[in-house]
Design a protein around this ligand. Structure first.
Ligand SMILES: Cc1ncc(COP(=O)(O)O)c(C=O)c1O
Length: 380
């Protein structure tokens, strides 16, 4: 659980959540939606990609977002507590049979990933006297969960026979939206279109359903994948592969210098003695480590911002601490100075994408990996 109850003066590291950037990103997404009537389902799983769903979800709701996507039953329950008025909470992940009952009792919409679960849902929904709201997931080329397009006929036939499972939507997920001009996307869109045209000609009220395929990158790059709902996640938080989208990172990561020391040339810093000073050096110790999400692979690889200047992390990042080389700092500095690991100072910016590029991952992993002991404060 995130400790938010201590007064600010007791923290030496924290994140800042900029809700005006969130609003900005949402507007960019809304402007990109084709047709303009496509609704946005905000994906707020994994604690809103590490940003603190307790701040993010109410802010999105204030901006008129009524549809939310989460991954787990626990996330759905948390979100319902935060937003009892939310119209539609869809659990995107696959649920086990034992989780279905509570999900149905709570009125969450569910993904139907396999036809094997349909009779189970029907029986449970009948037993509790509340219809299941299901989105049929079709595997158009992700190779993960979902029925195969060839099972569409059987799915609609079986759904037509159920009394307690309402088909609310049909959806799929793109495998390569972060790759520019990847032909696989067009193939997935084509398969999804074929699935939908089959469904439309076999359903009694096809216009009542929600059809959704697009994640963030597809919202900006593939308008033909919008249908009547899109499911962006990472772009809400200011990231995504789409070039030129003008998104603003929502999260900044900051910490304070806890110790300053002047050391001679030849001094080894930290575990493994992975960095040895080549000159007399001024070193700053900072209480941020890999337990906070500062990936150990960034050791001797990444810069941070100190008084607006980019300076290198030196020595190995440990669980709770790291060290920065302040020798080239052009201004004076004292213990307690706040430095920026992710965020902006003056003209300089460091992003979660920069970290991700250095260590061969994606900003999703960087952001969701930020530790729970970092409080998420509203940016001033
Ligand atoms: C099913 C589903 N839809 C939408 C999203 C949002 O994707 P993105 O964060 O790339 O916008 C995800 C994220 O992983 C997902 O799993």
């Amino acid at each position: 659980m995130i400790v938010t109850s201590l007064p600010r003066k007791y923290y030496s590291k924290w994140t800042e959540i900029d809700l005006s950037a969130l609003e900005h990103n949402l507007k960019r997404l809304q402007n990109a939606c084709q047709p303009a009537s496509a609704q946005i389902m905000a994906v707020v799983k994994a604690n809103a990609y590490g940003h603190n769903v307790s701040q993010i979800a109410p802010a999105l709701f204030q901006q008129g977002i009524t549809h939310y996507g989460v991954a787990t039953l626990g996330e759905a329950l948390h979100l319902k507590q935060l937003l009892p008025q939310a119209e539609h909470i869809l659990i995107l992940g696959a649920l086990s049979v034992s989780q279905y009952r509570l999900a149905l009792e709570e009125g969450f919409a569910l993904m139907l990933h396999t036809l094997a679960h349909l009779p189970i849902l029907e029986d449970l929904a009948r037993a509790i006297g509340r219809p299941a709201e299901a989105h049929l997931k079709v595997d158009t080329g992700m190779g993960r969960v979902g029925i195969l397009p060839t099972e569409m006929g059987a799915a609609l036939d079986q759904l037509a026979l159920t009394e307690w499972v309402n088909l609310r939507g049909i959806c799929s997920h793109l495998a390569t939206s972060d790759r520019p001009a990847c032909p696989h996307i067009h193939r997935q869109i084509q398969i999804f279109n074929e699935v939908l045209s089959y469904a439309r000609s076999h359903l009694r009220e096809p216009e009542a359903l929600i059809y959704h395929l697009a994640n963030s990158d597809a919202v900006f790059q593939y308008p033909e994948a919008h249908y009547n709902l899109v499911r962006p996640g990472i772009s809400l938080y200011g990231y995504g592969g789409a070039q030129g989208t003008g998104l603003k990172p929502v999260l900044a990561l900051k910490a304070q210098i806890t110790q300053l020391k002047d050391v001679p040339a030849g001094t080894a810093l930290g575990y493994g003695r992975s960095f040895i000073t080549a000159r007399p050096s001024r070193i700053g110790v900072i209480a941020l480590g890999y337990a906070d999400g500062l990936n150990r692979l960034l050791s001797n690889q990444q810069e941070i911002l100190v008084k607006g200047q980019r300076l290198p992390l030196v020595g190995r990042i440990s669980m709770d601490q790291c060290t920065v080389d302040l020798t080239d700092l052009q201004q004076t500095i004292e213990v307690g100075e706040t430095v920026t690991f992710i965020g902006q100072e003056g003209d300089e910016t460091i992003t979660a994408q920069d970290w991700a590029d250095k260590i061969g991952t994606i900003p999703y992993e960087v952001l969701t990996g930020l530790g729970t002991r970092l409080p998420r404060w509203a940016a001033e």
